[in-house]
Design a protein around this ligand. Structure first.
Ligand SMILES: Cc1cc2nc3c(=O)[nH]c(=O)nc-3n(C[C@H](O)[C@H](O)[C@H](O)COP(=O)(O)O)c2cc1C
Length: 210
């Protein structure tokens, strides 16, 4: 039986703005010695967002991970979203945690309703039923009642709802700082805390000197 040392993480990418979050988490997982394997599954619109926002299109799908990380990306396996028979569709496959990043309102709705009609939403459903960590980085604004109800529904089923909603209290200077600090928080939720994560130490009450 195949044995993988290190954590096994699934990264789902859907058609919401923020493909750079997906690129960053894949790069950090690829470089992380604690991680043995990464399953990567993207919806059709997720792939479209990668093309639109990052300008990355793979002629051969298996080359996409390497194009995103800029490395050989040997740990990362891209799985076709239509293949509902892939390993991660079963609770018997070893997966420690999954993040959907970015997560569209549509994917949130599919996960909240348990339809599981593609690999990404089935893998998320499996995480919930197996009581594994599932982090959903929803990217939509403003939110309607359906979104809000779906967030509560997946929360109550065990998911971590973690909207792609960056903080600014650590003084980011570039987009990369904002993206990385958000992704560090997601990785911490997946059981992979990052030394570079900014940690608030407490501070002044906020009244600035003139
Ligand atoms: C360029 C582009 C940007 C989009 N941005 C968002 C977004 O930020 N949030 C969202 O919920 N949907 C967004 N959508 C709409 C979703 O992609 C659409 O609802 C899609 O059906 C979601 O399917 P998926 O979850 O399988 O990727 C966007 C679509 C496109 C083409």
């Amino acid at each position: 039986m195949a044995h993988t040392e290190g954590k096994v993480i699934t990264v789902g990418v859907t058609g919401a703005s923020g493909a750079i979050y997906a690129q960053t988490i894949l790069r950090l997982l690829d470089a992380d010695a604690r991680v043995g394997r990464v399953y990567f599954v993207a919806s059709d619109v997720g792939l479209r967002l990668i093309a639109t926002e990052l300008g990355i299109v793979a002629q051969e799908p298996k080359k996409l991970p390497g194009l995103l990380t800029g490395t050989a990306a040997k740990k990362i396996e891209l799985l076709p979203n239509r293949d509902v028979g892939a390993a991660i569709a079963s609770g018997s496959a070893r997966v420690d945690a999954m993040a959907v990043i970015p997560c569209s309102a549509g994917a949130l709705g599919a996960i909240a309703s348990g339809t599981s009609d593609d690999l990404l939403t089935r893998a998320a459903d499996v995480c919930l039923k197996e009581r594994r960590t599932l982090v959903l980085c929803l990217r939509e604004t403003p939110l309607n009642r359906i979104h809000l109800e779906n967030m509560l529904r997946v929360h109550d089923a065990g998911a971590v709802v973690m909207p792609a909603m960056p903080a600014f209290y650590y003084g980011p200077k570039q987009i990369g700082d904002i993206v990385e600090q958000f992704v560090y928080r997601v990785l911490a939720q997946l059981g992979l805390p990052q030394a570079e994560q900014y940690r608030w130490q407490g501070g002044a009450r906020g009244d600035k000197k003139a």
